[in-house]
Design a protein around this ligand. Sequence first.
Ligand code: ADP
Ligand code: CDP
Length: 219
Amino acid sequence: MSSAAAPLVIAIDGPAASGKGTLARRLAAHYGLRHLDTGLTYRAVAQRMLAYGLPLDNVSAAETAAGQLDLAQLDRDLLSTHVIGEAASKVAVMASVRAILVEAQRAFASALPGAVLDGRDIGTVVCPDAAVKLYATASADVRATRRLHEILDRGGAADYATILADIERRDARDMGRADSPLRPAADAHLLDTSEMDIETAFQTAKAIIDDAIAGRNGS
Ligand SMILES: Nc1ncnc2c1ncn2[C@@H]1O[C@H](COP(=O)(O)OP(=O)(O)O)[C@@H](O)[C@H]1O
Ligand SMILES: Nc1ccn([C@@H]2O[C@H](COP(=O)(O)OP(=O)(O)O)[C@@H](O)[C@H]2O)c(=O)n1
């Protein structure tokens, strides 16, 4: 039996530009939950390192930056650059940095009424008991095209081949690292959005979550 007072946690993982953030934001608004883009926590640490000209493998500096992080101050516009995403995946291989960030992410998830968290290890490490776990995927080609349009729409410059190579390199680093590699949790629902528009992806995710909530409430 489930407790009505337990926070409802929805975990969404997936590789770069799979659409997990877009889904997470819409789902959080729909279900009246708070949202945390955990990628921004790694990006914020990386941004501090870049701003101070520190090497991205400087563990003690990265630990300090992680310890000083304020989840309420994460600036998505500032942190969403391609360069910071690449740097974040280098910072994210450090187990001690992950431990600090995971603790903050778990505290966020534990408050009522619950939350949608998106990232790489939410269903496997941060919230292994989440009520619903989704693993968003899309082909590397589709993801690179989405990211390219995102950058161009913001007035930036980029080319498809470079973005695709960066995405494939980042996938390999995130899936190959020793601590908390990117992979679907055993009980995650796979959501391949390659041929879904945003609305279809949202409706598909919502149907999965509604089912899980009905099961949780014993109906
Ligand atoms: N199903 C979809 N179809 C088309 N574009 C999408 C879809 N989902 C997300 N996008 C777009 O792709 C880009 C990356 O999406 P985002 O949610 O930020 O991915 P992630 O959080 O996985 O990196 C954004 O510009 C977003 O609007
Ligand atoms: N829960 C998480 C979230 C992000 N990350 C790391 O942070 C990087 C940036 O994550 P992000 O979610 O902001 O990147 P995008 O998927 O939006 O491109 C990823 O490539 C991972 O290396 C992680 O290790 N664990």
